[in-house]
Design a protein around this ligand. Structure first.
Ligand code: FAD
Length: 390
C-alpha cells in the first residue's frame, strides 16, 4: 500500500512530532498510500509520550465527541496489537471505577448508562464483586462499574513501533531536527517545513507537536491555545501482581473534565505486567515547571493507600512527571485549519493522547487522502477558539 516518495519530489505530508500522535498519523498516512515524512527536534517519544501512563480508556469519558473518538481508537488499538507485535505490551486488562459513597455511586451508574448508549460495555459491580475483581481494595466501598474495554499499552514502545511500521511502508523519519518555519505559498498557506538542516516541501503539514503545538501554529501565523497541564506518576517497586486492573475513584472523571488551574488529585492505581504499580493522577496548570513536588507526590500516595491499604507497606522507587497538552474545552484539535491552507492539526489530547492516537491518525489519513472521515471533525476544529466562534 505504500508509495515511497520519488527522489527530489515533494512529500504528500510532513508530520511535525514523533510522539504517539505523530507516529500514529504517519502509520495511517503511509498505509493510505501517501508519501510521508516525520520530523522531531528530539528522539521518538521524547515529549509527553515518554511521560504518559499508557491507559487506553473509554471509562473516563462523558458521552460526546471525545468518547466517540475513544471508542473508535479502542477498536483500532486492538488491530494495532496484531500488527505491531508484543513489544508494545498491549494489555486488555479492563478498568474498575469505584464509588466510596452513595452519591458517587448514583453518578457513576448514570454515567455508565449514558456511555452504554455510545457503544461502551459496562458491568455494574456490587461490593462482594469488587473484592473478587480486586482482593486488596479498601473495605466500605459501596459499588463500582467494570469497563472490560479499557486497556493499557507501553506508550514509548507503541510510538516506536508505529514509526517502524510507517518506515516499512515508505515513511521517512528525521529526528533531532527542529522545525523552525514553514515553506509558504500564495495567501495564508503552508507548503512544507523548514528545519535547521533542510527544506521539506509537502502538499500538507500535520502539526502533531503535542504541548508545543501552539508554537507551531504561531509559526504558521495562527493562534492555537494548547497549554501544559502537569501530572505526576509514582512508580512502586516490582511485586507479584497485587492489583489486576486499572482502578480509580468516581471523582476522577470530574477532575479530568475540570478547567481549574489549581492542583487536583484523585487516586488512580494500576498494576503492570512488569510488577510495578503506577499511582496517579494529579493535574495542575503551572506552566512547564519541572520542580519535584513532595506535596503532590505525598497527596497521591495518601489517596492510593486509602483505596488500597496494602500499598502502605510498599516502597515507591521513583516518580516522573509530564505536561499534558491541554485545550480549554478538553477536546483535541484534529483536522484541517480553515485559516491556513495545507495545515492540519493533530494535537491537544491532554491526558488521553495515548488512547486517542490511532483514531486521530486514521481521521487525519482519511482527510489527507480526500476520503470521508469516520467521525465528524467539526467538534475538533482549530478555529473553534476564535472569538467569532466562542
Ligand atoms: C503523567 C501523565 C500521565 C498520562 N497518562 C496517560 C494515559 O494513561 N493515557 C493516555 O492516553 N494519555 C496519558 N497522558 C497523556 C499523553 O501522554 C499525551 O496526551 C500524549 O503523549 C500526547 O502525545 P503527542 O504525540 O501529541 O505529544 P508528544 O509526545 O509531546 O510529542 C510531540 C513531539 O513534538 C515535538 N516537537 C515540538 N516542537 C517541535 C518543533 N518545533 N520541531 C520538531 N519537533 C517538535 C516534540 O519534541 C515531541 O516529541 C498522560 C500524560 C501525563 C503527563
Amino acid at each position: 500500500v505504500s508509495r515511497p516518495r520519488q527522489p527530489g519530489r515533494a512529500h504528500d505530508v510532513v508530520v511535525i512530532g514523533a510522539g504517539v500522535v505523530g507516529a500514529a498519523c504517519a502509520y495511517y498516512l503511509a498505509q493510505a498510500g501517501l508519501a510521508v515524512a516525520v520530523v522531531d527536534r528530539g528522539p521518538v517519544a521524547g515529549g509527553t509520550t515518554g511521560a504518559g501512563e499508557g491507559n487506553i480508556l473509554v471509562s473516563d469519558k462523558e458521552p460526546g465527541a471525545e468518547l466517540d473518538l475513544a471508542v473508535l481508537s479502542n477498536r483500532l488499538w486492538r488491530e494495532l496489537g496484531q500488527d505491531l507485535g508484543p513489544e508494545i505490551d498491549l494489555e486488555p486488562k479492563g478498568g474498575l471505577v469505584v464509588a466510596a459513597g452513595l452519591d458517587a455511586a448514583v453518578g457513576l451508574t448514570d454515567l455508565a448508562r449514558a456511555q452504554g448508549q455510545a457503544g461502551v460495555v459496562t458491568e455494574a459491580v456490587d461490593p462482594p464483586g469488587l473484592r473478587q475483581l480486586e482482593p486488596h481494595l479498601a473495605e466500605g466501598l459501596v459499588g463500582g462499574v467494570f469497563y472490560p474495554q479499557d486497556m493499557q499499552v507501553q506508550p514509548m514502545m507503541a510510538a516506536a513501533q508505529l514509526l517502524r511500521r510507517a518506515r516499512e511502508m515508505g515513511a521517512e523519519v528525521y529526528l533531532h531536527e527542529e522545525v523552525t518555519g514553514f515553506l509558504t505559498g500564495v495567501g495564508p498557506s503552508v507548503e512544507g517545513v523548514q528545519t535547521a538542516q533542510r527544506r521539506l516541501p509537502a502538499r500538507m503539514v500535520v502539526n502533531a507537536a503535542g504541548t508545543w503545538a501552539g508554537e507551531i501554529a504561531a509559526l504558521a501565523g495562527v493562534a492555537l491555545p494548547v497549554l501544559p497541564r502537569r501530572g505526576f506518576i509514582i512508580v512502586t517497586e516490582a511485586l507479584p501482581r497485587l492489583i489486576r486492573h486499572k482502578v480509580y475513584g468516581a471523582d476522577y472523571v470530574a477532575n479530568v473534565s475540570s478547567s481549574d488551574a489549581a492542583l487536583e488529585t484523585s487516586a488512580v492505581v494500576e498494576g503492570t505486567a512488569a510488577g510495578n504499580i503506577l499511582i496517579g493522577a494529579s493535574r495542575e496548570r503551572v506552566g512547564f515547571d519541572r520542580t519535584p513536588s513532595p506535596r503532590v507526590i505525598g497527596r497521591l500516595a495518601a489517596q492510593a493507600v486509602t483505596l488500597f491499604p496494602v500499598l502502605a507497606e510498599i516502597r515507591a522507587v521513583r516518580y516522573y512527571r509530564g505536561f499534558r497538552p491541554y485545550c480549554p474545552d478538553h477536546l483535541p484539535v484534529i483536522g484541517g485549519d480553515r485559516r491556513v491552507a495545507g495545515l492540519l492539526h493533530a494535537c491537544g489530547h491532554e491526558g488521553a493522547g495515548i488512547g486517542l492516537a490511532p483514531a486521530t491518525g486514521r481521521l487525519i489519513s482519511q482527510l489527507a487522502a480526500g476520503r470521508a472521515t469516520t467521525l465528524p471533525l467539526e467538534p475538533f476544529a482549530a478555529d473553534r477558539f476564535e472569538p467569532a466562534h466562542a
